[in-house]
Structure formats: structure tokens, C-alpha cells
Design a protein around this ligand. Sequence first.
Ligand code: NAD
Length: 256
Amino acid sequence: MLKGKTALVTGSTSGIGLGIAMRLAAQGANIMLNGFGDHAGPKAQVEALGVKVGYHGADMSKPADIEAMVRAAEAEFGAVDILVNNAGIQHVALVEDFPPEKWDAIIAINLSSAFHTTRHALPGMKQRNWGRIINVASTHGLVASAQKSAYVASKHGILGFTKALALETATTGVTANAICPGWVLTPLVQKQIDDRASREGISVDEAKRDLLGEKQPSLQFTTPEQLGDLAVFMCSAAADNLRGAAINVDGGWVAQ
Ligand code: NAD
């Protein structure tokens, strides 16, 4: 379905971004990976699906890096047709204890980076009259949790950005939508589970159960592959008129 298209997925060396990259690649899209840590392993995993794969190590907190990454993707593959703004970080603390530099980093990586990738990729999409911008927000774009002020602000912000972008592109072949996952068992969440286990003197399994029980009625983690399949749907013709939507995949979290 996506043969001949190119997807740039930020933060795709791990977790949800890698899951989305794999599912888009399974549909034939060439992939530009991005993110920190080992990239050779993820690159080989995606290449095994028979598509062309590039990697750019841009730091999503740096606008100049972001422009270089979009230009590199266009140079290597000819276009960026699908942009998945996924890179994100978390920090947990009360507002009065929240390190200002952490606030700035979270807003830059989780929110402003999507503005920068989009402003560089959008002109080409508009010119070709086809494009998909998929922002990985969170249930925390719809509701809040204590001690996550920067994250909640960044995720509410990216839903606002998605809606404004959807209006600006409404009469074109470019769509903008958001995915709002609840708990997904990735390194970002594993850290919160480990912190909880050591803080409360309980096992990691108990901490996992408590974490799910608190927020996610299904008591099941959503998987990166399930989110990847939703991204594939958003890239399909069936979603040509899906615009400015925020779809929560959260085991019932925001239904409460
Ligand atoms: P993860 O930690 O597994 O992956 C994050 C990715 O972003 C990694 O590839 C990392 O290298 C990259 N990254 C971090 N900082 C970066 C930077 N400055 N520049 C470039 N890349 C950077 O986390 P994840 O859980 O897969 O999270 C992916 C997205 O999904 C985030 O936006 C997160 O907020 C969102 N999300 C996650 C969950 C969850 O339960 N895991 C729930 C809702 C939303």
C-alpha cells in the first residue's frame, strides 16, 4: 500500500517509533530512522522487511539538526511523504521541584520539534498534494496526571498544533492527526515502573500491575505494533478525510 512512499519517523530507534516504522515498512514504505542509542540493530530490523532504510542522528531539541534531517531524507529518498513526530521524553516531579532545564527539554523535544519537522516537510507534501503527518501524543494530551506538568503541557500542546495544522491543510491531500496511547511497555515506561518498585519496596511485576490498575481499565499494555497499525490506517485512502483527529488507544483510560 505504501510502496514508493517515504516515512520519516522521529525517535524510532526504540519503542513506539520503531513499532510504527516496522509497520509502515511492512506496507512497503522506505524509512528514515532517527533517535539516540544503537541504530544499527533497528536499521537491520526494518531493512529485513525489504525496504530502503536511512538513519539520521538529529537531536530533536535542536532546530538546525531537524532541518538537516528533513533535507537528508529528501536527498536520500526524493521526498518525505509521511512524517511521524514521535520522539519524546518524560520527567516526573512536582511543579515546585521541576528542574527548569527539564521543562525546556520536554517542550522542545515533545512539542517544538514537531513544528520544526513539519515546517520543513510540509511544502514538499503540499506540492505533491499528498502527505500524512502523524503526531504521537498521549492520553496526557487529553487528561492530566500529577507530577507530569511539562509532559502534559507538551502533549496538550501537540494536539492543539495537530488541529491547527489540519485546518491549514484541510483542502489539500495532506492530513494531520494524532495518536494518543495509554500505557505502552517501552523503555520510557519501564523506567517509571522501576522507580515505583524501588520507591514502594515492591517487585517490578507488582509495580507493573499497580501502574496499569491506576489508569488503564483493560489492565493490558498497548503494543507498539498496534499503534503502528493505526498509523498504517491513517496513511490509507480510508483516512483521506480523517483530519485533526486524536485517537486514543488506551484500554479505556480516558473513558473513565
Ligand atoms: P522510548 O524511550 O522507547 O523512545 C523514545 C525515542 O525517542 C527513542 O528512539 C529515543 O532515542 C528518542 N529520543 C529521545 N530524545 C531524543 C532527542 N532529543 N532527539 C532525537 N530522538 C530522541 O519511548 P516511547 O515510549 O516509545 O515514546 C515514544 C513516544 O510515545 C513519546 O512521544 C512518548 O511521549 C509517547 N508515548 C508513550 C507512551 C508509553 O506508554 N510508552 C504513552 C503515551 C505516549
